[in-house]
Write a protein that binds this ligand. Structure first.
Ligand code: MIC
Ligand code: SF4
Length: 643
């Protein structure tokens, strides 16, 4: 029986477990990446492990999220991360060099390698045939120290591409189509593997747009084969030596199959407030818009920007619209400056932003009240833009650019013929903003520079035999980590300070939660299905931990968040009977006896609702290792116990 590409790479990196779908496997990690909003915590955790030099083939720290610097906090974090890099053998991509996923694809990713990153869009690397997975900071810290990374051995979904995209239809529309069909929880426990004749019609940046936004499916990752197009891309990046041809066996067996005929796709948009709320641009009609933002790790490649410049050429941004553009990397921005495309954008009236995440994570450019904003980004969760009542529509760069000119949502296909956009034979290569690791002998004397906002992270205690705790919060389905631990310009600077940031925990749902949870001392959060979808931020587990949350009880969890809860020592429990969700209210007192026994030996725990006077069961379907971790009080205690 032939193997899928996913199975080939995973089994080549397997260090524990067996390749049995649904069981836990441990894999060796070749590369890691961090960004600054999750990086400070990840490096504090790495320091706590006491490993002098990273043991990966390559670890890179990017500064791209917290670049607004409205106070000293972010700059202090950058300085801290820079000094950790110097001391521990990590490449340091300075602020201004670009968004982690874009730069990693350009300069560091390698087909066939494994990469984990403390950012959920790490699967961008699947665009060049990597197994690239988003993870919590603590998992990345362990991998940097040479430790194994654990995942559930995924099912593999074949996404068979046929045909060819019509002019002005974009890679973004491909992933919208997948999201429309599978939903934001359709990918949990699965890898999306793209194959078929249509693959060779897509360039590397287009493939990367698709794998990047596969994160929105909840998938473990997404991957394309590494083929001649990958070779061309790497050659143009002066990295042909990193190329290896990789694909699935012709008789590979997949768990599920999805057919997409690229020729049949039309421009699509994800409507508020979820990336899977997909409609066609035509269906939405000529909606008047207030803002257009082009950029983010999904759509900020040179190819995207060249298309945008072509559309803007000789035009002026509509007087009722604000258009801002953030090229994804210094390489992209520099090339746009050299080939004249940047001049075209400026002349049209675009507001050029630095190469960073910026408005994608609410760092500036919040829309006006009830504003309608078209964005080429990957997430449109409520409030993420910084304006609670804004309506965010996710669209392709082509749709965004033409709409910015017209002032209303426009189908780019109305533009008629499309010129051929080709990637250059050679990208502009200048890695001067990446600080390489220093000589091993000089590393020890490096001083770590800590700012006053950098506080120690909370560590859980070993699990107690009995938990009696009140329900401090009850929420519904599809709660994102942007609900649990919001980002944005005001809160992101607190990422290194868990006591402070926890005051904003669940602010979007119920601003009284932090005080209540603290007052209760110990508490349980009750949630619906797909709890914790979205980002990899472990702050969404560390802040609840700090506030005394002992268990999160839901209908189901998103992958990264569930791992982060276990790493933090919080029990992720799932209602055995979903109807019990309706029988619990905020304020109810829950009693769980024999917690340690159940975690050690059973797949369920019995929970008594003392207030309402009934008992019910919750599942704790965990691996041996996860059970031990919970008993020890989280990954750090567990690692120390085992050292
Ligand atoms: C996001 O897009 O939500 C982020 C900000 O990049 C997060 C990471 C974070 O919260 O720092 C992610 O995707 O993991
Ligand atoms: Fe940055 Fe946005 Fe990409 Fe997250 S999704 S890494 S915030 S650009």
């Amino acid at each position: 029986m032939g193997l899928t590409l996913t199975e080939k790479i995973l089994s080549a990196h397997l260090v524990s477990g067996e390749m049995i779908k649904g069981s836990e496997i441990g894999i060796k990690i070749d590369q890691t990446l961090t960004q600054d909003a999750t990086g400070t915590m990840a490096y504090l955790e790495f320091e706590a492990m006491g490993v002098p030099r990273v043991k990966t083939e390559k670890s890179v720290a990017y500064i791209d999220h917290n670049t607004l610097q409205s106070g000293f906090e972010n700059a202090d974090d950058h300085r801290f991360i820079g000094s950790v890099c110097k001391k521990h053998g990590i490449f340091y991509s300075r602020a201004g060099n670009g968004i982690c996923h874009q730069v990693h694809l350009e300069r560091f990713g390698k087909p066939g390698k494994t990469l984990i990153g403390s950012d959920s869009h790490t699967p961008t690397g699947g665009g060049i045939g990597m197994i690239a997975i988003g993870a919590g900071g603590m998992d990345v810290a362990v991998a940097m120290g040479g430790g194994t990374y654990y995942i559930t051995c995924p099912k593999v979904v074949k996404i068979n591409l046929t045909g060819k995209l019509s002019p002005w239809v974009s890679a973004k529309d491909v992933i919208f189509e997948v999201l429309k069909r599978l939903s934001v929880k359709g990918g949990v426990g699965k890898v999306m593997e793209y194959t078929g004749e249509g693959v060779k019609t897509l360039s590397v940046p287009e493939r990367a747009t698709i794998t990047n936004m596969g994160a929105e499916l909840g998938a473990t990752t997404s991957i394309f084969p590494s083929d001649e197009i990958t070779r061309e891309f790497l050659r143009a990046q002066d990295r042909e030596q990193d190329y290896v041809p990789l694909c699935a066996d012709s008789d590979a067996v997949y768990d599920e199959e999805v057919e997409i005929n690229l020729s049949e796709l039309v421009p699509l948009a994800a409507c508020p407030h979820s990336p899977d709320n997909v409609k066609s641009v035509d269906e939405l009609g000529k909606m008047k818009i207030d803002q257009v933002l082009i950029g983010s790790c999904t759509n900020s490649s040179l190819l995207d920007m060249l298309k945008v410049a072509h559309i803007l050429k000789g035009k002026t941004v509509n007087p009722d619209v604000s258009l801002a553009i953030a090229p994804g990397s210094k390489q992209v921005l520099n090339m746009l400056a050299e080939n004249g495309a940047l001049g075209i954008m400026i002349a049209a009236g675009a507001r050029i932003l630095e190469s960073a995440c910026g408005p994608c994570i609410g760092m500036g450019q919040s829309p006006n009240s009830a504003g309608i904003s078209l964005r080429t980004f990957n997430r449109n969760f409520e409030g993420r833009s910084g304006t609670k009542d804004a309506k965010i529509y996710l669209v392709s760069p082509e749709t965004a650019a033409i709409s910015a000119i017209n002032g209303y949502l426009t189908n780019p296909c109305d533009m008629g013929d499309m010129p051929e956009f080709v990637l250059p034979d050679k990208f502009l290569i200048n890695d001067n903003m990446v600080v390489a690791p220093i000589d091993e002998k000089d590393m020890e004397s490096v001083e770590i520079l800590r700012g006053p906002n950098i506080k120690p992270f909370p560590v859980s205690e070993p699990m107690k035999a009995e938990i009696t705790a009140g329900v401090s919060l009850k929420v519904g389905d599809n709660i994102t980590t942007d609900h649990i631990m919001p980002a944005g310009a005001k809160i992101l600077p607190l990422r290194s300070n868990i006591p402070k940031i926890s005051e904003h925990c669940f602010e979007v749902c119920d601003s009284t939660f932090p005080a209540r949870a603290k007052e209760m001392g110990k508490s349980v959060i009750v949630g619906g299905a797909n709890y914790g979808q979205g980002s990899s931020r472990e702050h969404a587990a560390l802040a609840p931990l700090y506030l005394g949350v002992k268990m999160v009880l839901t209908k189901s969890f998103a992958r990264i968040h569930m791992a982060n809860l276990i790493n933090a020592g919080i029990i992720p429990a799932i209602f055995k009977n979903e109807a019990d969700y309706d029988r619990i209210e905020e304020g109810d007192v829950l009693e769980i006896k024999g917690v340690t026994d159940s975690i050690e030996n059973a797949d369920t725990v019995e929970i008594k609702n003392v207030t309402k006077g009934f008992a019910f069961e919750a599942q704790i379907n965990l691996s041996e290792r996860q059970r031990k971790m919970l008993l020890a009080g989280g990954l750090l205690n567990y690692t120390k116990n085992n050292a």
